[in-house]
Design a protein around this ligand. Structure first.
Ligand code: ADP
Ligand code: MG
Length: 276
């Protein structure tokens, strides 16, 4: 079947025991399961085979997601186990990451302090740097795709969701994708873009959200173009006096219209704010 990525193998029947739903997107569901052979907890991202068969675009993104996950091994990036076909479902099997999305974590606490923000986001930066060093751009960085496990004594941060990630070899990208709230101006207007610099913008949106407790750019009901216009004109409520001038400066230096003028991921990692 040529519409199924080659990396997808047949699962031996009953290998995974499915438990609860972990998350759901537009084309996929993610379920918690147990690997019967090892007892390991796994997360299985599932896509309906007929939907994949019908959409060349879905086939492309699926094979990209699998190819990229196979390539990377990093403590702050979800670990790929295998891609298999189970009945009518294509499954990407990953290690289960305990904890919650950074989205819920921030929502529960209303906003995070600067030290905590720095500690969590430093791990996100390390993960992004590793991707960029391997010529991979994520393109869907947001609070929902960062998992955090804060059981006593440690904080572990894991980046997930490579559904929109791309391997880049020296050419600019064009596809408009990702959540609009986190998308950089150049992605929104459809200019050719350097995915590393638009990942840095999305990181700026994430940092703002951690510190302030709301997104810098929000849609308005009844005005479909309003969000895009605010982003392209970098029109957001400045972080208030509750955050330090250093933190405010970093956010301001990421949410910059001109991609080349933004702080880079490497510069952020060297900045004292993110020093361990
Ligand atoms: P989508 O492309 O539909 O956004 P994701 O890969 O982001 O799919 O997965 C959806 C949600 O499922 C995530 O936001 C997260 O809450 C949960 N999830 C994904 N992978 C894992 C994992 N390995 N361990 C635990 N939860 C996960
Ligand atoms: Mg996601």
């Amino acid at each position: 079947d040529s519409s199924i990525p080659r990396a997808v193998s047949e699962a031996s029947a009953g290998q995974y025991i499915f438990q609860r739903l972990l998350g759901a997107g537009s084309f996929s569901k993610v379920k918690l399961a147990v690997d019967r052979r090892t007892g390991d907890a796994v997360a299985v991202k599932m896509m309906d085979i007929d939907e994949v068969r019908q959409s060349v675009r879905l086939q492309e993104t699926l094979s990209r997601e699998i190819e990229i996950l196979q390539r990377i091994r990093h403590p702050n990036i979800v670990r790929f186990r295998e891609a298999t076909l189970m009945k009518d479902t294509i499954c990407i099997v990953m290690d289960y990451v305990p904890g919650q999305e950074l989205f819920q974590y921030v929502a529960r606490k209303k906003r995070l302090g600067e030290q905590e923000t720095a500690k969590i986001l430093r791990e996100v930066l390390v993960a992004i740097k590793h991707l960029h060093q391997n010529n991979i751009v994520h393109r869907d960085l947001k609070l929902e795709n960062i998992l955090i496990d804060d059981r006593v004594g440690r904080v572990k941060v894991t980046l997930v969701d490579f559904g929109l990630a791309r391997i880049v070899r020296n050419y600019p990208l064009m596809t408009r994708c990702g959540s609009e709230e986190y998308a950089a101006p150049e992605v929104i207007v459809g200019e050719p873009y350097d995915g590393r610099l638009s990942d840095a913008w999305s990181f700026g949106v994430i940092m703002y959200a951690c510190l302030i407790g709301s997104l810098p750019f929000n849609p308005e009901s009844g005005k479909p173009r309003a969000l895009a216009e605010k982003i392209v004109s970098v029109n957001y409520r400045a972080p208030d006096e509750r955050i330090s001038s250093t933190a405010a400066y970093i956010v301001k230096s990421l949410l910059v219209r001109e991609p080349n003028r933004r702080l880079t991921i490497g510069e952020l990692l060297r900045h004292p704010f993110f020093a361990t």
